[in-house]
Design a protein around this ligand. Structure first.
Ligand code: PLP
Length: 377
């Protein structure tokens, strides 16, 4: 049997990992400024994470949602405290796409409507509804196409206000990333998010804050949407939530009430997933990682500001986009193959930095020095 070849891959096989470093099968060491695609939040193989998962696995790994799972309640309590959303409700699933799928569906159950507003360059995942609200026709199959989605220009308050004025009573939800990730690390302006809040409240539409990539402490606040000083109706989460264990979820505001069988999943919220998610939150708290994300993010951004070759520097905390001009398009490859540093990318020429939230100054300097050597060569 062969693998279904959908990923353009680098010819590197990672065998083990620790903190912000990974080792390949030839013993080469790499600095991970990519966090395995924004997933590694507390560092690879963090000892507390490994111990908590091992301990849980020895007790019970899985049982269905038809029984009491006290560790789900423990997770909801801790997540409420750390995120500051103590009065929200938690529904758990397994991935970011699934989180958004459930958020969009729940919004439609809530207000009985079908129309969704999404934005240019948005990425929300690859399942049916999640991909329908994603602004990339190449990954939307004919079966996913729907007239229910309206794409408006990102950060365009006039277009948003106009659309609501005409169709406000048909809009079920607005889905928006606090900082677009796949779209190139583009931040929603505070006033744009505040307007979404105002219009959703006025028209009883649901504000869905896709926090799959920009959430979970990456920017220095628990959710990037928090910078706008607003409360969304639903926050979707995944990636950093389990530090690599597949776990996702939505935080749901108190006015959206549950009904039995409205949502459901076999695997979501299993014992092992909850243990992984709790381990992440415990480490985030013990090691003050939100603060570290902010400080190290500022430090890296400061370090990058002196490179005049950079076309545009974007982002917040440890979600950083370095847009390079065409003649410097090779920098990402050089970082990987010459300096053994993993980074992410957004087409055409943006390098995405999404390292673990406990990255140290030494590791940041290693990245900055290598970046400087490439640009000064
Ligand atoms: C903002 C955003 N939403 C949703 C998703 C989908 O998450 P997943 O790949 O876990 O389904 C992603 C993945 O990159 C993302 O960046």
């Amino acid at each position: 049997m062969t693998l279904f070849d959908v990923y353009p891959i680098n010819n590197i096989a990672i065998e083990r990992a620790e903190g912000s470093y990974v080792w390949d099968d030839e013993g080469n060491i790499y600095l991970d400024m990519y966090g395995g695609h924004a997933v590694i939040s507390i560092g690879h193989t963090h000892p507390h994470y490994v111990a908590r998962l091992q301990h849980q696995l020895h007790k019970i790994g899985f049982y269905s949602n038809s029984i009491e799972i006290p560790i789900q309640k423990e997770l909801a309590k801790k997540l409420g405290e750390i995120s500051g959303k103590e009065d929200y409700q938690l529904f758990m699933c397994n991935s970011g796409a699934e989180a958004n799928e459930n958020a969009l569906k729940l919004a439609s159950f809530y207000n009985g409507r079908k129309k969704v507003v999404s934005f240019t360059k948005a990425f929300h995942g690859r399942t049916s509804l999640a991909v329908a609200v994603t602004d990339n026709p190449n990954i939307v199959a004919p079966i996913n196409e729907t007239d229910n989605v309206k794409f408006l220009p990102f950060n365009d308050e006039v277009a948003l206000a106009n659309y609501f004025e005409h169709y406000g009573n048909d809009i079920s939800s607005v889905i928006v990333e606090g900082i677009q990730g796949v779209g190139g690390i583009r931040e929603a302006s505070k006033s744009f998010l505040q307007l979404i809040r105002t219009l959703c409240t006025k028209y009883n539409a649901v504000y869905i804050a896709d926090s799959v990539q920009c959430g979970y402490g990456r920017t220095g606040q628990f959710f990037a949407h928090d910078y706008a000083g607003i409360q969304a109706d639903i926050y979707s989460m995944a990636k950093g939530m389990g530090n690599g264990f597949p776990v996702g979820g939505i935080l749901i505001a108190p006015h959206i009430q549950p009904k039995h069988f409205m949502l459901g999943t076999t695997f979501g919220g299993n014992h092992l997933a909850c243990a992984a998610a709790l381990a992440v939150l415990e480490v985030m708290e013990q090691e003050n990682l939100l603060m570290n994300a902010k400080h190290m993010g500022d430090y890296i951004q400061e370090g990058l500001k002196k490179f005049t070759q950079i076309k545009e520097l974007r982002g917040r905390g440890l979600m950083i986009g370095i847009e390079m001009p065409e003649e410097w398009a090779h920098v990402k490859k050089d970082l990987l193959y010459k300096y053994k540093i993993f980074t992410g990318e957004a087409k055409p020429n943006t390098i995405r930095l999404l390292p673990a939230l406990n990255i140290s100054k030494k590791e940041a300097d290693l990245f900055l020095d290598s970046f400087a050597t490439i640009l000064n060569a």
